[in-house]
Ligand binder design. Structure first.
Ligand SMILES: Cc1cc2nc3c(=O)[nH]c(=O)nc-3n(C[C@H](O)[C@H](O)[C@H](O)COP(=O)(O)OP(=O)(O)OC[C@H]3O[C@@H](n4cnc5c(N)ncnc54)[C@H](O)[C@@H]3O)c2cc1C
Length: 379
């Protein structure tokens, strides 16, 4: 019987394993390897710093989300040999595969920028989001700098969303007047996609938020409380919130299937890995020029499941799921119970509508419905 190995139990890995189990039933052995026994709903971390979400409600047992036909192995992958078709875990256990799906996501690497780990907060892990919550609770006014410490990073809109929600939080707390907020971004506009930048920039200005573009973080001086850019500007802060640089999983860095940062060389349509047609990748770990988002993984998973199932069943690929076209759909929280929505693909840029309560409440509903709809493959 063919062996399928799925690496990673996040949005992409869980969904692809469940879709494969539905399609193949007992025609293949499917094993999912994950470093954690929990499945995390990371989008909820956005609300944790403001005390609007308890992080304990953002994780569930991975096993409870998996089809009974999927075998779960908890362990961290430390080595991949694509020529021998094997994967080795930190425990020393080696697993062999006929088909491999890499869905090990991305990790934050604050250590890549001097002073960042010591001097800045973020909300890209549960622990960091909790710490930022404590810092915001104690904050009574001063300068807050929010920005991006390196590209690419997952959920590209999250720093903008955080800035809008921060403005709302400080207003509700009654200390907005005593606080100067500065939003920084590495390129010449406030967001990488032009249409989104055009929608967000006037909103930032309307809320009295300073904008510092072309700010590529070089280092942080935690003693002097300065964020220093490669362009030569220095921003003083009382509280610094910087999204750390990201990399792929450590075992991928410099492996035969990935670049030095651990991003996997992935075909933009078939999601097959370069030079290894029996390996597929999805979600944050790919090197694709598309948002690293749960939504991306969600739309990629059916393509991979269909390709592997068709190969095992010896039939042609169903044209409905033959290729991934770069589809992504994300909400953008704008504060004060309003949000916009971004829907786009490789060829069509988003046209974000003016923020309204409708999209905010859709996002709130999706945050709750995620567990029932996405990892299980209902939608
Ligand atoms: C604050 C925040 C807000 C976000 N908001 C949104 C949003 O609104 N919309 C949206 O679409 N996306 C959002 N995202 C992004 C989204 O959460 C990720 O893009 C998505 O989870 C990626 O899915 P993935 O399966 O690629 O990786 P992940 O979900 O991160 O899963 C990776 C899995 O791999 C496992 N793993 C890692 N390394 C190893 C290893 N060496 N061995 C074995 N297992 C390993 C992990 O334990 C985990 O199970 C947000 C993210 C953050 C941080």
């Amino acid at each position: 019987m063919k062996q399928i190995l799925v690496l990673g139990g996040g949005t992409g890995g869980t969904l692809v394993a469940n879709l494969l189990a539905k399609k193949l039933k007992d025609e293949a052995k499917i094993t999912l390897v994950s470093a954690s026994s929990r499945h995390l709903y990371q989008p909820g971390w956005l609300y944790v710093p403001f005390g609007w979400q308890d992080p304990r409600g953002l994780s569930r047992s991975l096993k409870s989300l998996l089809n009974k036909r999927v075998q779960l192995e908890i362990g961290r992958v430390s080595h991949l040999d694509p020529h021998a078709q094997s994967v080795t875990l930190e425990s020393g256990h080696t697993l062999h595969y006929d088909y491999l799906v890499v869905a090990t996501g991305s990790r934050v690497t604050p250590e890549d920028v001097p002073g960042l780990a010591e001097g800045a907060h973020h909300f890209y892990t549960e622990e960091a989001a909790w710490k930022l919550h404590a810092a915001l609770e104690e904050f009574n006014g001063g300068k807050i700098v929010v920005g991006v410490g390196g590209l690419p990073h997952k959920c590209p809109v999250a720093p903008l969303e955080f800035t809008f929600l921060l403005d709302e939080y400080l207003t509700r707390k009654g200390i907005r007047q005593q606080t100067e907020i500065t939003y920084t971004y590495p390129i010449n506009r406030v967001f990488s996609i032009e249409s989104v930048a055009e929608m967000a920039e006037p909103l930032l200005k309307e809320r009295g938020i300073n904008i510092e573009t072309f700010f590529n973080l070089e280092s942080v001086d935690p003693e002097k409380k300065l964020a220093i850019s490669m362009e030569g500007s220095e921003l003083p802060y009382d509280l610094l919130v910087m999204i750390p640089p990201h990399r792929g999983a450590k075992f991928l860095e410099g492996s035969p299937i990935a670049d030095a940062q651990g991003w996997v060389y992935t075909d933009r349509h078939t999601l097959q890995v370069k030079d290894f047609p029996n390996i597929y990748a999805l979600g944050d770990t790919t090197n694709l020029p598309i948002s690293k988002a749960g939504s991306t993984a969600h739309f990629e998973a059916p393509v991979i499941a269909e390709h592997i199932a068709a190969a095992i069943q010896g039939r042609p690929v169903d044209p409905k799921h033959a290729t991934y076209n770069g589809k992504v759909t994300c909400f953008l929280e704008a504060g004060y119970e309003k949000a916009s929505i971004l829907a786009f693909d490789y060829d069509t840029p988003p046209k974000p509508p003016t923020p309204s309560w409708l999209y905010h409440y859709e996002k709130m509903a999706f945050n709750k419905a995620y567990w029932y709809l996405v990892p299980t493959g209902v939608i």
